[in-house]
Design a protein around this ligand. Structure first.
Ligand code: HEM
Length: 379
């Protein structure tokens, strides 16, 4: 069929002969892939930085997966080889130091962006009807993020990694039968380091992808929440903004997300150059001299008075309280002025976590791990 006839039969499908090549290519691609379907309407405020933090976290995870695949080419997940293979990545593998630096720094940065995203969702009460279940998916995503950081820090197989593993083993012993999977005895023919590596590169990524699917599917179903003031003025019946109140396009949101994501990558790159992540000494099982990764500092504060049990209980209580938020805060209001108690409680929790973290950061390391040492010496 000639272009003229095509234009009469299917006006949208026919390429305009006078259009520039770039535009003709875009239309060609769109006809085949349906890219323009991404230009569906979203609220104008979805393009602000606060409402893009989830997307920025997602971009961070994509880069983490890509750099992680690269690192896995050189990493050896056996206790006899692991630390040397990390040294090899850092000193000899092509671009190994850059990839490792970006991977390690991004792990910290996505923890920060995911936490800020959580605070935005909390501050705007976006967990309220109909988004309660998506809040729960978010809580699971936070747990998976911390799981990545924990298993990743063990992989370095230096002193800090070894001490982290001791905590893992002691916590597993406290959990009794529930903790069996986390003990070295679960599979006596495979070192626990190798099993934690498999957790890091297969179990957690699968969980992450399933949770991302649920999280994004529910966001698509409900749309981004209205601003609190709009919701409280009754402009979003059932929590969903009507089409005529949507002032931006999702394609624009994606562009913002990618732009902020690139800035995040740039920050990780600068940090990699200025502060390349360290690799500690080979593990000395008779000492306890390191602290955990910074995101676990507040939990570590509970170890002093209560032992590893304190870490376990404080972590479980924190996640249980987080999961209960939408079911405890059931008022219909979303504006901060009408949620003073909820915001005051959240501020107190955040300040306590920051305070405990600073306390751990500034205090010397303590020895806690007699039980774990006894268990591990049997290996
Ligand atoms: C850890 C990785 C996470 C990623 C990649 C992620 C991604 C996203 C994205 C892209 C959005 C769209 C709006 C935005 O960007 O702000 C969103 C919305 C949402 N997220 Fe997350 N999220 C994560 C963690 C969390 C956590 C920890 C929570 C809460 C515990 C949470 C709860 C929610 C809720 C309730 C919404 C809907 C908010 C609204 O409609 O305003 N997410 N998330």
């Amino acid at each position: 069929m000639s272009n003229e006839l095509l234009a009469i039969a299917h006006p949208q499908a026919a390429p305009a002969p006078s259009a520039p090549t770039g535009e003709r290519f875009r239309r060609w691609l769109d006809e085949r892939l349906g890219i323009s379907a991404l230009s569906y309407p979203v609220p104008a405020h979805a393009n602000s930085l606060w409402y893009t933090l989830g997307g920025v976290t997602f971009v961070g995870f994509v880069i983490l997966i890509l750099t992680g695949i690269y690192l896995a080419q050189f990493y050896h997940p056996h206790p006899a080889e692991a630390r040397d293979s990390v040294l090899y990545i850092q000193d000899a593998a092509p671009l190994g130091d850059v990839m490792r630096g970006i991977h390690v720094w991004l792990a910290s940065l996505v923890t920060i962006t995911a936490s800020l995203h959580l605070l935005r969702v909390f501050a705007t009460a976006s967990y309220k009807r109909p988004r309660e279940l998506n809040w729960l998916v978010g809580v699971a995503l936070l747990a998976v993020t911390l799981g990545f950081v924990f298993t990743g820090s063990v992989l370095r197989w230096d002193q800090e990694a070894w001490e982290a593993l001791q905590h893992n083993t002691e916590a597993a012993a406290l959990l009794g039968n529930l903790g069996t999977w986390f003990t070295p005895e679960f599979a006596e023919n495979v070192p626990i380091l190798t099993r934690l590596y498999l957790t890091h590169i297969s179990l957690l990524p699968v969980l992450l992808i399933v949770l991302f699917g649920l999280h994004f599917g529910l966001i698509k179903k409900h749309g981004i929440s209205a601003l609190p003031a709009q919701a409280d003025a009754g402009e979003a019946p059932g929590g969903i903004l009507p089409k005529e109140k949507l002032g931006a396009s999702y394609a624009e949101h994606l562009r913002k997300m990618a732009g902020y994501g690139l800035i995040l990558l740039g920050v990780a790159g600068v940090l990699t150059v200025l502060l390349p992540p360290a690799i500690g000494e080979a593990a000395n099982p008779s000492m306890e001299i390191t602290k955990p990764a910074w995101m676990f500092f507040w939990l570590y504060a509970f170890e002093g008075p209560f032992g590893v049990r304190g870490i376990l209980y404080a972590g479980a209580i924190f996640f249980a309280l987080l999961a209960l938020v939408p079911f405890v805060d059931r008022s219909p209001w979303r504006s901060p002025a009408r949620r003073r108690i909820a915001l005051a409680v959240a501020a107190a929790v955040v300040l306590a976590m920051i305070g405990l973290s600073l306390y751990v950061w500034l205090s010397p390391t303590e020895e806690h791990l007699e039980e774990a040492r006894r268990l591990l010496f049997r290996l």
